[in-house]
Design a protein around this ligand. Structure first.
Ligand code: HQG
Length: 177
């Protein structure tokens, strides 16, 4: 499959598995799984193409279940009633968030909010935060004091593709990198 087709299918998968399954009449279960056969027929793609999208995806955004009959997005959902049931985990002492200057005033007063997604997305690498921020302009990197957050009872989870997730980062745990 050529790269452009791979990207196109991947974008459709991201959208339907995270945000709008109903737009193609797809059903996700409570843990976010969709039936593979349903995806194939609704997106008009072959099983081989779907497998290639999953294995070659640059961020490993999707995963099959053990039976390989179900597929879900590893993170990034906006659908409220999907629960990936990830266990809480202790993160590295510092995590990073890439954003842009125009959001800073709001972030520094209100903290990092999930906005349209279920969670605030954080990374353990400056490089990844840089890439995430650069999607919107000149990236500004924020450091998150996870030790302080955990002491204060906040929780972290990590998706199977390595994105750190939390509900809210109050601004007192944030500083500019
Ligand atoms: C900002 C992509 C104002 C936040 C990426 C961000 C990531 C606030 C935007 C993943 C705010 C939300 C997630 C506040 C947060 N006031 N702005 N209080 N709190 N923001 O896309 O982290 O390709 O939902 O800084 O690579 O940018 O989809 O989050 O700029 O991993 O797999 O509000 O999405 O991955 O934007 O990106 P997003 P994000 P995928």
């Amino acid at each position: 499959m050529d790269n452009q087709r791979l990207i196109n299918i991947s974008k459709k998968l991201s959208y339907h598995l995270r945000h709008g399954p109903e737009k193609i009449g797809l059903k996700l279960d409570k843990n976010g799984w969709a039936n593979v056969e349903a995806i194939l027929s609704k997106l008009h793609i072959t099983k081989t193409e779907l497998e290639e999208c999953v294995s070659k995806n640059n961020k490993q955004r999707f995963a099959f279940d053990e039976s390989r009959q179900k597929i879900r997005a590893n993170q990034g959902h906006s659908i409220k009633d999907v629960d990936l049931e990830l266990p809480t985990t202790i993160p590295p002492k510092i995590l990073y968030h890439g954003t842009v200057e125009r959001f800073l005033d709001s972030i520094m007063s209100d903290g990092l909010r999930p906005m349209s997604r279920q969670h605030v997305h954080l990374s353990d690498s400056i490089e990844t935060a840089q890439k995430v921020g650069s999607r919107r302009g000149n990236a500004i990197i924020l450091k998150v004091d996870t030790v302080g957050m955990i002491e204060d009872g906040m929780e972290f989870r990590v998706s199977s593709n390595g994105v750190w997730l939390t509900a809210h980062v109050p601004s007192k745990y944030l500083s500019k990198y």
